[in-house]
Write a protein that binds this ligand. Structure first.
Ligand code: TYD
Ligand code: MG
Length: 453
């Protein structure tokens, strides 16, 4: 006999509880619990475990276990390979999350084709789009391989059947919300269907030792049962982001059992698919002189450093409460910087609306951008552009001190490579390159002569 068990999942973090709650005790999200029903068999032994003593099972010393070969397959797409930790590993299950329309299907079709061109048999499974639609996309991105196969289905049972029969070397599932288990209640996309389908596919990938890429949508409001609830079931989680009005797309890792999570990959969407951006600095900065409210900083993401323009707009507040809007950085960081500017430089920031933005739709938490943001805010407040070919590197402390940042030499090298002549760095930073271009600052109250001399 079987019975229905109802549980509740937090759609933000995947926490499971038998009782509904208004607020998730793990991630503090409000109204995030979704009901999920699963069918289970009745316990036969009245709660007791019924374990037959086979005397055949045994543990083994860890020392004698032969290490598995972790040979990695390079897809040939440098941005993608770096983000997933240096290539694809057999048996790895990777989730690719992102908002609808960001370019997940395009990215994975292109990667699938690149891998197939290396002689691997690649199976692209689509539950979302028809054969014709996928064919149109493949014509658009000009896929070339003969060993790239397509199977369109919404049924996990059918998908597993085809994978078991065809024995592909790599599988892409597009998308997890569009497929479901025929026998189970709930439509595809429901919490239980998404979770159970992922479990079945993951088991299959491990059993057949094939890499599998699972695409999952997230909406801004997190309305659909999104990738959050399956993150813990997979080895690697990638997110594809960027705004829909911008051609630049960023691939990030938030979890990686086989590598680091710091790397980002930058892609540009064009008329015939995504192209790698190997030198992002050129896209995030402009050649012409900056207007008031713009400054250049440098961020480090993983092993790569690149320059980026930060922008600020400071205007008199029209309504009672001044607005503070931060795009690309944490809004708390913005409040903190404004409080320090107000206190240490006696500027009347509180009477102004302040907007800050990181160019290119990038979101970063690198504290080395603090000084560039502060320079941009002051430049907009004073309505005076900053000196040309100048870059700002430094973290701000609560007392207005400018603190050293990591990898300063690497950042300076990137700036000098692109022709920057004046590099403002924290007093205490140990710099060994381009010493003649360095301008040092210890406290925020000494910034005016540096900005407007
Ligand atoms: P898509 O990969 O379908 O996004 P997702 O799978 O994340 O929902 O592509 C999204 C957008 O990219 C779509 O609006 C069309 C655009 N696009 C291009 O600009 N150039 C191209 O070559 C392709 C294939 C798509
Ligand atoms: Mg898609």
């Amino acid at each position: 006999m079987s019975s229905n068990i109802t549980t509740y999942f937090c759609k933000e973090c995947g926490y499971e509880t038998p009782k509904w709650a208004g607020k998730c005790p793990v991630c503090d999200a409000w109204d995030s619990f979704k009901e999920s029903t699963s069918v289970t068999g009745k316990k036969k032994s009245g709660g007791k475990l019924n374990v037959p003593l086979l005397h055949q099972l045994a543990s083994e010393p860890i020392k004698t276990i032969e290490p598995q070969s972790n040979e990695r397959l390079l897809t040939g797409n440098k941005e993608f390979d770096r983000v997933i930790g240096g290539g694809i590993i057999n048996g790895m299950v990777c989730l690719i999350g992102g908002e609808p329309g960001i370019g997940k299907s395009t990215l994975m079709l292109q990667i699938a084709d690149e891998i197939a061109q290396k002689g691997w048999k690649v199976l692209y499974i689509s539950g979302e789009e028809s054969r014709d639609q996928i064919k149109q996309r493949s014509d658009r991105v000009k896929t070339k391989s003969d060993s790239l196969f397509l199977f369109c289905s919404n049924s996990v049972e059918h998908i597993i059947d085809v994978i078991s029969k065809d024995e592909p070397d790599l599988v892409v599932v597009d998308s997890i919300q569009s497929i479901g288990i025929d026998e189970q209640s709930g439509s595809p996309g429901s919490v239980s269907q998404v979770r159970e389908s992922t479990i079945l596919l993951t088991q299959l990938a491990k059993r057949q030792n094939i890499p599998m890429f699972i695409i999952g949508h997230v909406t801004k409001e997190g309305l659909v049962a999104g990738p959050k609830i399956i993150e813990h079931l997979v080895d690697t989680v990638l997110y594809f982001e960027g705004d829909n009005y911008n051609q630049l797309k960023i691939l990030k890792t938030t979890k990686n059992r086989f590598g680091s999570t710091n790397e980002i990959g930058v892609f540009e969407m064009g008329a015939d698919g995504l192209t790698e951006v190997l030198n992002p600095s050129r896209l995030f900065i402009r050649d012409e002189d900056l207007s008031a409210g713009s400054a250049i900083g440098c961020v480090i993401e993983g092993t790569r450093s690149f320059l980026i323009e930060v922008q600020a707009l400071v205007t008199p507040a029209v309504y009672g409460n001044a607005q503070r809007i931060a795009l690309g950085i944490d809004h708390k960081k913005l409040s903190l910087m404004l409080a320090i500017i107000e206190k240490k430089l006696s500027l009347k920031i509180r009477e102004n609306d302040v907007f800050v933005n990181l160019v290119g739709g990038l979101k970063v938490s690198d504290p080395a951008l603090d000084l560039a943001f502060i320079a941009a805010i002051i430049s907009s407040y004073e309505n005076q552009p900053l000196p040309p070919k100048t870059i700002f590197l430094g973290e701000i402390g609560l007392n207005g001190e400018i603190r050293p940042v990591s990898n300063i030499d690497k950042r300076i090298k990137e700036a000098t490579k692109l022709g920057y002549e004046r590099i403002v760095v924290p007093e205490k930073s140990k710099v060994t390159v381009a010493k003649n271009k360095i301008k040092r600052i210890d406290y925020l109250n000494k910034i005016y002569p540096i900005l407007f001399s």
